[in-house]
Design a protein around this ligand. Structure first.
Ligand code: PMP
Ligand code: GLN
Length: 382
């Protein structure tokens, strides 16, 4: 008999809800992926490189043209410099970036703080590395989620090896402001605590705000691995290409694992991303306004239903309070909504250690207008 290393872990909610949506023919607003393609100019570059010999292993750290394009993007958008040769690594999506970072840096009995609701890939990686996840719920007030500093402070111990941060936050859309970063810096100043910062939604921030990367903070930078992805940024979640930016010493440790977890990442896509990023440095600005319009549309449509929400500050996820239409716990409400009403969403409690009592579901609005309109029509019947 095999003794499971993760006996309590089942199938990720994203696979479960997408399958249920498919089986029942529901509109799938659960798993986060756009229902539109990457820009044509990017697709053309992929086709070009596929046809022009970029079909063998890339260097393990990434294609130099792409590493330089990422460094230029960081310089433009976050105003700090990274050395593409020593401080950047291309990885197989943020998932591999986070997994390799945790495997490289978390030791037996280390504690790692997660903010609940926490993206579901973090904890299994921590446990497989021999560490222990310590869950700190985000505070919820007036439909806004934020860091509970008091709770975070009390969760820190001399075993805290790392804090996983994910802002812009999936699923709640919470973002950090400059005072949050300063407060974090103060908290970890005299500690040997690393910061694993999942910033995959860095370019999808609304209402005139700007994403503040932990890497851009003078003091936090030396303790931080910034983990990002091109999946959300270029409407290409199926490509699984991301990157990790970290000081040279941390990058060296990261690469020791990355080289054996995956060795290298899809070569033609790396070249294509490098070409596209160099030719379209303003693409990112359009992305936030593109999704802000989607958010406005979706929130307007939801106003015709009995579901309630505060417009999300970032990401392409909208948290919705369904307490006016159902008393069911969120996992059951999500299944019922999919099976009976034809719209699939993600329950929040699966991302929380303590029972999450708020009746909230997450809807993905990275969808065509027609899909959003039809989904709202169905939700209006609730
Ligand atoms: N972290 C978060 C918070 C996510 O929402 C996702 C999904 N894009 C990932 C990591 C995984 O990213 P990737 O598909 O690049 O592995
Ligand atoms: N990040 C995506 C989401 O939050 C899902 C990724 C996955 O399916 N593993 O919906």
């Amino acid at each position: 008999m095999t003794t499971s290393k993760l006996p309590d872990v089942g199938t990720t909610i994203f696979a479960v809800m997408s399958k249920l949506a498919q089986d029942t023919g529901a509109i799938n607003l659960s798993q986060g992926f756009p229902s539109f393609d990457p820009p044509d100019a990017l697709l053309e570059r992929v086709a070009f490189h596929l046809k022009n010999g970029a079909n063998q292993y890339a260097p393990s750290n990434g294609v130099m043209d792409l590493l330089e394009a990422i460094a230029a993007k960081i310089e433009t958008h976050q105003q700090y410099s990274v050395d593409p040769a020593e401080e950047l690594t291309v990885c197989t999506g943020a998932t591999e970036g986070m997994f390799s970072a945790i495997t490289a840096l978390i030791r037996r009995d280390d504690e790692v703080i997660l903010f609940d609701p926490a993206y579901d890939a973090y904890e299994p990686a921590i446990r497989l590395a021999g560490g222990k996840a310590v869950h700190v719920p985000l505070a919820l007030s007036d439909d806004r989620f934020s860091i509970d500093w008091q709770h975070l402070t009390s969760a820190l111990s001399n075993k805290t090896r790392a804090i996983v941060l994910n802002f812009p936050h999936n699923p709640t859309g919470a973002v950090l402001d400059a005072s949050d970063l300063d407060q974090l810096a103060e908290l970890v100043r005299s500690r040997d605590t690393l910061l694993l910062s999942d910033e995959v939604y860095e370019h999808i921030v609304f209402d005139g705000r700007k994403h503040l990367s932990l890497g851009a903070h003078e003091e936090l930078r030396e303790k931080t691995l910034v983990i990002s992805s091109f999946g959300k940024t270029f409407h290409a979640t199926g490509w699984k290409v991301g990157y990790v930016a970290a000081p040279a010493e941390l990058t060296r440790e990261f690469r020791k694992v990355h080289q054996f977890a995956t060795f290298s990442v899809n070569t033609p896509v790396q070249h294509a991303l490098a070409d596209f990023m160099s030719a379209h440095p303003d693409f990112y600005d359009e992305l936030s306004s593109f999704y802000e319009q989607k958010r406005e549309r979706f929130v307007d449509l939801l106003a015709e239903t009995r579901l309630r929400c505060a417009p999300t500050p970032s990401t392409f996820f909208q948290i919705v309070d369904y307490s006016a239409v159902s008393d069911l716990p969120d996992t059951e409400a999500a299944i019922e909504m999919t099976e009976k009403h034809g719209v699939a969403a993600i329950p929040l409690s699966v991302f929380c250690e303590k029972p999450f009592t708020g009746q909230r579901l997450r809807f993905c609005f990275a969808k065509s207008d027609a899909e959003l309109v039809e989904a709202a029509k169905r939700l209006a019947r609730l």
